[in-house]
Unconditional design. Structure first.
Length: 238
């Protein structure tokens, strides 16, 4: 008796989707306390596949994810009082120079490196509107306006570059790359604040439990289907 692989394929696909949800949700939970982190959402849809060509009544459901968009909802602002902690309020991203080119982030937890350049936690450089690294004498007598203007000892040093896009994709390290057109950034820069993650840990834990249960159910159904196929083959040989 021939084995019908289509149900196994559908169940395996469902299990793969549940595993993807587990991975994404686990990553969201792991970044609950990461400044400026944006939740990743899985948009799920079902594709209907006829059991037989031309069959419109008896269909299999093929679960899959349509996309994994970044949820750009504003996170709450937390006051730190640190002169190089910057929180973006509105739609936009800091420009960060890395060895692999410019990337974008909402994480405004910055420092001065030994040469006086403003860098992030990974040692990558914050850029100004001219695409240049920003170098300061120190953090003393430093003020940053809501427009991103950096003043030291009352003199304008430069203006922080803020970029905005219709869509972005996460690339790891709390960095993003554009996935759409550049659009005007309408933001307020808050010195001495950090934007908190927009992840709701309670909702993510519920999602994690749901994904775990789905994964277990698909695994159980695949084992049961495999056992049924083996029994059917034994009967067919009898």
């Amino acid at each position: 008796m021939a084995i019908n692989f289509q149900p196994i394929y559908v169940l395996a696909s469902g299990g793969k989707r549940a595993l993807e949800q587990l991975n994404i949700t686990t990553n969201n939970i792991a970044n609950v306390d990461t400044p400026g982190f944006k939740k990743i959402l899985l948009k799920e849809m079902s594709q209907y596949i006829p059991k037989n060509q031309g069959d419109t009544k008896d269909l299999f459901v093929f679960p899959r994810f349509e996309a994994s968009p970044v949820v750009l909802q504003q996170g709450q602002l937390e006051e730190t009082g640190e002169p190089l902690d910057l929180a973006i309020q509105g739609d936009g991203f800091f420009n960060i120079q890395t060895p692999n080119g410019t990337v974008y982030t909402r994480d405004g937890h910055f420092f001065l490196d030994p040469e006086g350049y403003i860098v992030d936690a990974r040692g990558n450089y914050l850029l100004d509107e001219g695409g240049n690294r920003i170098q300061l004498e120190s953090t003393e007598n430093l003020s940053i306006s809501q427009l991103g203007e950096i003043f030291q000892n009352g003199e304008l040093v430069t203006i922080i570059k803020i970029s905005n896009f219709t869509d972005v994709i996460p690339i790891g390290g709390n960095y993003y790359r554009p996935n759409g057109n550049e659009i005007p950034a309408e933001v307020v820069i808050n010195q001495g604040f950090l934007e908190k993650s927009n992840v709701n840990p309670v909702k993510e834990m519920i999602s994690l439990i749901d994904a775990q249960r789905r994964f277990e159910i698909y695994g159980t159904l695949m084992r049961s289907l495999d056992a049924m196929e083996q029994k059917a083959n034994e009967i067919g040989r009898a």
